[in-house]
Every structure is written in structure tokens, then in C-alpha cells.
Design a protein around this ligand. Structure first.
Ligand code: ZN
Length: 317
């Protein structure tokens, strides 16, 4: 099997939606989603895509609706496919969690090389990337952007989850939530840099507690309606719980990493195997939760070389 998503070369169909007046999302059949929220004389963009060229295609769609300047670009977390297109937005401020800035400093270069090798299709014109993306505004718990009248955008850190520094963008007036990679809608979860136990419990509880009626996950279609939002959050939690149960059992029985991978694959594939990036993510997911069980709190850095080693150990043997 081709390494990670390197064999996935078919372009995905993009769907542009106006979720409420001045609130936009672009979804793409399991490729990373992006969004935008209009203020009185500015726009807030959520997520930046992998390259400036890929970002400009999204901005082209957005510019059919509004020509207000992008004042804020919000990055939900540090992963390359969501941040390296940032220069295209010309944003006055780039907002992220303090831990995201720390992760970019610590492992931004390595993550760029790793993600480029795992998902080359997302890196449209990789030479257009000017360098790492550096947040200009950071926070730890919560930040509010007034949008005029009784509208506001609330950026919230719900706890550690997909990474140490995930933030969600919440519109309480419209009850719309941009959840980043903390919630996926009919797409597999990537947990290679995750804090599984916290994510599956208090963090998703906090996401749920916002009471969204429309949810844009990191990948997959928009979940519209309270039932669909509930289902997307439940699906994400169930994926994590099954991964924890199977890998945890193999670890407790002093089995091998390969045993754990096989058990997780057997348990998850019937329900999730057909969803985007499932096969690609699972080896990295199992390795990271195994590390957590070994007492490694801070995720080890994925490099292009370590990616290949784990893939070879779990997928090619
Ligand atoms: Zn991510």
C-alpha cells in the first residue's frame, strides 16, 4: 500500500456554503475545511490551507461574496496543511493558542516535511510557501472578537485534544461552531499528536457544552441541526474510545505495537474504514496512544524518517 496518503491523487469536489448571513464554509469531501466570518468592516478567516496557492483558490470563492479585508486569520492548531498558506490572506493578525506557537517553534520544520510526504496532493505549488507561519496574537483560554451589534466570535481552548493547542471558533448568536480537528464529520481522526484521554472526555464535553446547532469539523461535510452536531461529536468520541480500548488492552497484555495496531484496525475498520484518511492515519494514531500508555506526555516529533519507520513496522510487514 502506498505510504500514508501519497497515493491519493484524485482532486476532491469543493462545496461552498453560506451557513448564516456572512458566515461561510468551504468543505471538500474529507480534505481540510476552511471558513470565514464577516464583521462590520473586516473578515475573520478560519484555517489557512497548505500553501498560498491553495489558499488563494479559497479566497477567490470568498471574494465573490465580500471584499472586506481579512483582519484576523485564526489557526485552529499548528499542522502544516492548515497553516502554511497563511501569507495569502494578508491578515493584520494571525491568532493561535500559545501552545500552537510553541509547537511551531519546536517542530514546525519537521511537521512541514512530514505532512508534505504524507499528503502531497494538498501542497499545491509548494514553492509558494514563504516559510513557517508565525502567530502574532496568542491566548490560553478564551478570546472574543466583537462583530458589531450583539454578534461576536468567541475563540475557545476546550482542553488538550488533537494537539496541545486546539482552539474552536464559536458564534453564540448564530450557534455555529468551527471545531477544527477536534471533531470530524464522517472522516477518520488523526491522533498522532493527541492527548487521547483528555480529548475523549473533558475536551469533547466542553465542545458539546457550547450547544452548537451547526458544526464545521476539520474534515467532512457541515453537520447541520442539533442531531447532526451530536452525531459528529459522538462519532469522534467513539473513534477515540475504540482506539483507547483496543490499544490499551494490547499494551496491558504486554503485546507488541503490531498486535495493538491489528486489534485497533479490526475494531475500527468496519465502521470507519471507508472514510477519508483512515488507513493513512491509523499507524501514527496507534503509535501515539502507545507512547501515552508508556508515560510519554508530550508527543514525540514526527519526522519524515520516523513516519516511514512506523509505517514500515505496522503496514508493510
Ligand atoms: Zn490537524
Amino acid at each position: 500500500m502506498a505510504f500514508a496518503s501519497s497515493g491519493d491523487l484524485a482532486a476532491k469536489e469543493e462545496t461552498f456554503a453560506e451557513l448564516a448571513p456572512g458566515v461561510y464554509a468551504l468543505t471538500a469531501e474529507g480534505d481540510p475545511n476552511v471558513g470565514a466570518i464577516e464583521g462590520p468592516d473586516f473578515v475573520v478567516c478560519f484555517e489557512a490551507r497548505a500553501t498560498p496557492v491553495a489558499a488563494r483558490r479559497w479566497l477567490g470563492r470568498l471574494r465573490e461574496r465580500t471584499d472586506k479585508p481579512v483582519r484576523y486569520l485564526v489557526l485552529s492548531h499548528y499542522h502544516a496543511v492548515r497553516v502554511l498558506g497563511a501569507s495569502a490572506f494578508g491578515a493584520a493578525e494571525i491568532i493561535a493558542h500559545t501552545e500552537t506557537k510553541r509547537l511551531i517553534a519546536e517542530r514546525g520544520r519537521e511537521d512541514w516535511a512530514s505532512e508534505f510526504a504524507r499528503m502531497p496532493r494538498l501542497f499545491e505549488d509548494p514553492d509558494s510557501i514563504p516559510g513557517l507561519t508565525w502567530p502574532t496574537l496568542t491566548f490560553t483560554d478564551r478570546m472574543v472578537i466583537p462583530l458589531g451589534g450583539d454578534r461576536e466570535l468567541v475563540l475557545v481552548h476546550c482542553g488538550r485534544g488533537h494537539t496541545a493547542g486546539d482552539i474552536v471558533a464559536w458564534l453564540p448568536h448564530e450557534r455555529i461552531l468551527f471545531a477544527g480537528d477536534l471533531v470530524e464529520a464522517q472522516a477518520a481522526l488523526y491522533t498522532g499528536d493527541a492527548f487521547h484521554t483528555e480529548w475523549a472526555s473533558s475536551t469533547l464535553d466542553n465542545v458539546q457544552g457550547l450547544g452548537a446547532e451547526v458544526l464545521v469539523g476539520g474534515r467532512g461535510a457541515v453537520a447541520a441541526g442539533a442531531d447532526a452536531v451530536f452525531a459528529a461529536i459522538a462519532q469522534s468520541r467513539h473513534f477515540l474510545d475504540e482506539l483507547r480500548r483496543t490499544v490499551g488492552a494490547a499494551h496491558a497484555a504486554r503485546g507488541t505495537l503490531k498486535d495493538a495496531f491489528q486489534a485497533a484496525h479490526d475494531a475500527l475498520a468496519p465502521e470507519f474504514g471507508g472514510w477519508p484518511i483512515f488507513e493513512h492515519c491509523l499507524p501514527f494514531n496507534v503509535q501515539r496512544y502507545w507512547d501515552e500508555l508508556d508515560g510519554i506526555d508530550w508527543p514525540r516529533i514526527w519526522t519524515a524518517e520516523r513516519d516511514r519507520e512506523v509505517w514500515a513496522a505496522l503496514k508493510d510487514s
